[in-house]
Design a binder for this molecule. Structure first.
Ligand SMILES: *[C@@H]1O[C@H](CO)[C@@H](O)[C@H](O)[C@H]1NC(C)=O
Ligand SMILES: *[C@@H]1O[C@H](CO)[C@@H](O)[C@H](O)[C@H]1NC(C)=O
Ligand SMILES: *[C@@H]1O[C@H](CO)[C@@H](O)[C@H](O)[C@H]1NC(C)=O
Ligand SMILES: [Zn+2]
Length: 296
């Protein structure tokens, strides 16, 4: 009698939510490799990886290198101290500020004929009308499609003279849009797939100053943004913990929960084979339990 009720209920729960606790999540790497081609702002020393040892060392193979680099290069984090005296340096940033829901603002069409584009408030309101209100404490990241130009310096800086900042043309944030996100959505991180949260033609870096003053962390040269849904993933900006650092190289990545995708997908429900097996096993276990332990 009890089993007759429990079995269909279990089947329904399992099919609807895809066994939440057993479901895997997908991890997306949002980081460009550090190498000799890593892009730094002009004036910074270049990346230096020097072999200390590589070879057979008696009974075992052994490799070890020395690395040196400027803080602000490649995929990296800007600490608030980068542009505001007395603000958090890297080691001061609480870990809670380095993770949050990822909100991807797609401006690929808008930058196509305008590399000086700055993300406007209507890009945000457009995103919200499609996806709902941006949650508090999010990381809001511009996807301009620039990630694919990396590590071609000419293409990334948008100039034939990548050593002359006044000639730079690449998109980023408008400071008024960032101000709105700080005041109304309490963002923790603002990111770009370009070299700077201020656009290429900026000379006074108002977005950097505004973010720093409001303890918002910056993410620059973020990679692979097209591999994330515009909403629903969680980002981690694992910056190396440099004492007194004004920024630093980071392994930025995001997780996408499989169950999120399936539970919010109201269309046809397709359970992957592994989940089907789990579902059948749990139903069998539940049935056995009821068969042998129905003493209540
Ligand atoms: C890189 O670092 C090594 C080890 O300190 C040093 O010997 C070498 O001169 C450096 N190379 C450059 C290009 O700075
Ligand atoms: C780098 O980008 C520039 C400008 O888009 C292009 O002309 C050039 O061919 C690219 N270089 C490489 C090595 O892809
Ligand atoms: C970090 O900065 C503080 C204050 O500016 C200073 O007292 C300290 O010596 C610095 N430490 C390092 C490792 O740079
Ligand atoms: Zn930076």
């Amino acid at each position: 009698m009890i089993t007759a009720v429990v079995t269909p209920v279990l089947v329904v729960i399992v099919i609807l939510c895809g066994l939440d606790e057993l479901s895997a999540f997908k991890v997306v790497d949002l980081t460009h490799e550090l190498s000799d081609t890593t892009i730094y702002w002009p004036g910074n020393p270049s990346y230096n990886l020097t072999e200390l040892f590589r070879g057979q060392n008696g009974a075992f193979w052994y490799e070890a290198n020395y690395i040196a680099q400027a803080e602000h290069g490649g995929t990296h984090v800007d600490a608030p101290a980068h542009f505001y005296e007395g603000a958090w340096r890297i080691h001061h940033i609480p870990m809670e500020r380095l993770t949050g829901p990822a909100v991807i603002i797609d401006v690929i069409d808008k930058v196509r004929n305008n590399p000086d584009y700055r993300v406007q408030l209507n890009d945000i309101t457009g995103w919200e009308s499609d996806n709902g209100q941006i949650p508090d404490k999010a990381a809001v990241i511009m996807n301009s499609g620039w990630g694919y130009k990396y590590p071609n310096k000419t293409a990334v800086f948008g100039t034939e003279t990548p050593d002359v900042p006044s000639t730079f043309h690449f998109p980023a944030w408008h400071q008024d849009t960032v101000m709105w996100l700080i005041n109304n959505r309490h963002v923790y991180m603002i990111g770009v797939d370009t070299p700077s949260t201020d656009f290429g033609q900026s000379t006074d870096f108002p977005t950097h100053v505004l973010m720093a003053k409001n303890t918002v962390v910056g993410l620059e040269n973020v990679a692979n943004l097209d591999k994330l849904p515009v909403s629903g993933s969680r980002i981690f900006a694992a910056v190396i913990k440099i004492k007194n650092g004004s920024g630093g190289p980071a392994r930025i990545f995001a997780t996408i929960s499989d169950s999120d995708k399936e539970c919010t997908n109201s269309g046809s429900i397709q359970l992957p084979p592994s989940k089907l097996v789990y579902a059948l096993i749990s139903i069998c276990v539940a049935k056995l339990f009821l068969l042998y332990c129905n003493f209540w």
